[in-house]
Unconditional design. Structure first.
Length: 299
């Protein structure tokens, strides 16, 4: 049976005469039935739905099918399916690498922790100790003019010249750890005002060793503020007065365990002393204390 497709206008209704002419045209074409296709926007009539009567003419009308309907997986373009599979592969790969990294990091942290604990229990490391056993003052005087005229500073009325030595006992109590003192710088302070400086040559201190150090600090033409200079002048004029000084030592050290040598450790040693009047013939050491503070470690 032959079917012909006719478009039905939706904008206006056909008159009975037009419908009759359509029916006659169908009958002359050799078939009592015809398929009517309705096109409206993006909708298309296709599959035969069932008989309908138009002016005595039997026709069939197809249901509406959306052209932009979501395609099935079989109809979906190949590049989209490949892109989706590639995305799933990337997500699985990223998850695998992330999980591997986390597991490896956790394992390394556990191993390092165990090694550190075992090393600590075997070595039992202890910090070195420092003690000021004595102090000597070779020079400690004030003047209104610097020894070297070129060092004169306008509006500075008081200059200090100092030569002080601290006798320090350093002890390494560790049984299996040696200490390299690679760089040692010393500074002398009076009321937080730097009045001298010095250094100690590098040396090695073996395990369970006691070493005697001389912290020699010298200050020449040190310009003092009027407040500190006048206070120090008043103290020195009183024969029964005492003076407090402090030595700050910055040391860079490394440790040796067997044939292995660590990286650099930096720490500060603050030693405070109280002396008789420095102008006395033999000033006595009244009190002393030392404290060690580690500032950075690089192993």
């Amino acid at each position: 049976m032959e079917h012909k497709i006719h478009r039905v206008q939706k904008e206006h209704s056909r008159t009975p005469e037009e419908l009759s002419a359509v029916c006659k045209a169908h009958k002359k074409s050799g078939g009592p039935s015809a398929a009517v296709v309705d096109v409206q926007g993006e909708q298309e009539l296709s599959t035969v739905q069932g008989p309908r009567s138009i002016c005595g003419c039997t026709s069939t009308v197809a249901p509406l099918v959306h052209v932009n309907q979501q395609p099935t997986q079989a109809q979906e373009p190949l590049h989209r399916r490949r892109g989706r599979r590639s995305g799933r592969f990337c997500r699985r790969s990223c998850c695998w690498w992330t999980g591997t990294f986390c597991i490896t990091s956790a394992g390394m942290a556990i191993v390092l922790g165990i090694v550190s604990v075992v090393a600590y229990l075997l070595l039992k490391p202890k910090a070195p100790s420092f003690l000021v056993s004595d102090a000597s003052i070779t020079a400690f005087s004030l003047s209104s003019q610097p020894i070297i005229p070129a060092d004169a500073i306008p509006e500075v009325p008081i200059y200090l010249n100092a030569d002080v030595t601290f006798h320090v006992t350093a002890e390494n109590p560790n049984k299996k750890i040696g200490i390299y003192y690679e760089k040692v710088d010393v500074m002398l302070f009076y009321q937080d005002e730097k009045i001298g400086e010095g250094s100690i040559p590098p040396f090695f201190q073996g395990h369970e060793n006691i070493t005697f150090l001389l912290l020699h600090m010298v200050g020449k033409d040190v310009a003092l503020t009027p407040t500190i200079g006048n206070a120090l002048q008043t103290t020195l004029n009183n024969a029964t007065s005492t003076i407090s000084l402090s030595a700050r030592t910055m040391a860079a050290v490394s440790i040796k365990i067997g044939s292995w040598k660590s990286g650099s450790w930096k720490f500060a040693i603050n030693c405070k002393v109280k002396l008789d009047n420095p102008t006395a013939l033999d000033p006595r050491l009244m009190s002393k204390s030392c404290a060690l503070k580690v500032s950075s470690i690089s192993i």
